[in-house]
Design a protein around this ligand. Structure first.
Ligand code: ADP
Ligand code: AMP
Length: 232
């Protein structure tokens, strides 16, 4: 029987994974969410689903995402509010790729207070920009289940196929080398200021994202468990 990897404690809060594209947020958010049995909320995944279903939001977001810019705050905020109001979020959730602007962070603060959550725990994935290109251009995702691979660092057992369900692996359109520059610029200009924002609030914990997946998972768990200790 497979070991039960769910953590016995409840998360009972919002955890935010902050960091540049390719830092490993999605990989770690899936793991943490699985261990605590809470939803993994990736605004990128939600937006890609809208794009693939050709919803009005998807039609608006598609060209913006394809050129590596950020989707307007108003669209993302409505989507997030609707998502965290669903009952499966009542014991906490892990945000990956949200918030991405100071306005999003401010709105999230209000939303969490309104819904009776404690202030968020923010994990900052620091990655040398020199490593970002390899992480992003090597990324492949399972079309069906969303599992994340890397052809250089974490290849699947069978080329082009997901280890879990045998599904086809694909490259995201915005993971092409020419879109990496604009995405990093958007990060530096609009999202990096959140590092100082959350540090000032005393919410930020740093992780060296260049370490192995297993080492990063251990560090994230230490942070989450440490934050669970009552203050003395
Ligand atoms: P993000 O969500 O921050 O954009 P991902 O979790 O999708 O990042 O990871 C980006 C790429 O890097 C993926 O191909 C993933 O398999 C790979 N990756 C993630 N974490 C590590 C790590 N610690 N070491 C090496 N490769 C990693
Ligand atoms: P990600 O999967 O997190 O790399 O996001 C992919 C793309 O979706 C980004 O480059 C943006 O265009 C868009 N996106 C995802 N999350 C947000 C957000 N919180 N705010 C604005 N745009 C977002």
């Amino acid at each position: 029987m497979a070991p039960d990897t769910r953590h016995p404690d409840k998360l009972d809060r919002a955890v935010i994974f902050l960091g540049p594209p390719g830092a490993g947020k999605g990989t770690q958010a899936k793991e943490l969410a699985k261990r605590y049995g809470v939803p993994h909320l990736s605004t990128g995944d939600m937006l890609r689903e809208h794009v693939s279903k050709v919803t009005p939001l998807g039609k608006e977001a598609k060209p913006i995402m394809e050129r590596g810019d950020l989707v307007p705050d108003s669209l993302v905020l409505r989507m997030v509010r609707e998502r965290i109001e669903r009952p499966d979020c009542s014991h906490g959730f892990v945000f990956d790729g949200f918030p991405r602007t100071v306005a999003q962070a401010q709105y999230l603060g209000v939303l969490l207070r309104q819904h009776g959550y404690r202030p968020p725990l923010v994990v900052h994935f620091a990655l040398d920009p020199a490593l970002v290109l390899r992480r992003i251009t090597g990324r492949r995702m399972c079309k069906a289940g969303g599992e994340i691979y890397n052809i250089y660092e974490r290849p699947p057992k069978v080329e082009g196929r997901c280890d879990s369900d045998g599904g086809e692996l694909e490259q995201r359109p915005d993971d092409r080398e020419e879109i990496v520059g604009p995405r990093l610029q958007a990060y530096e200009k609009q999202t990096a200021p959140l590092v100082a924002y959350y540090r000032r609030l005393g919410r930020l914990h740093d992780v060296d994202a260049s370490k192995s997946v297993e080492e990063v998972t251990q560090r994230v768990l230490e942070i989450v468990r440490g934050a669970r200790q009552p203050a003395h």
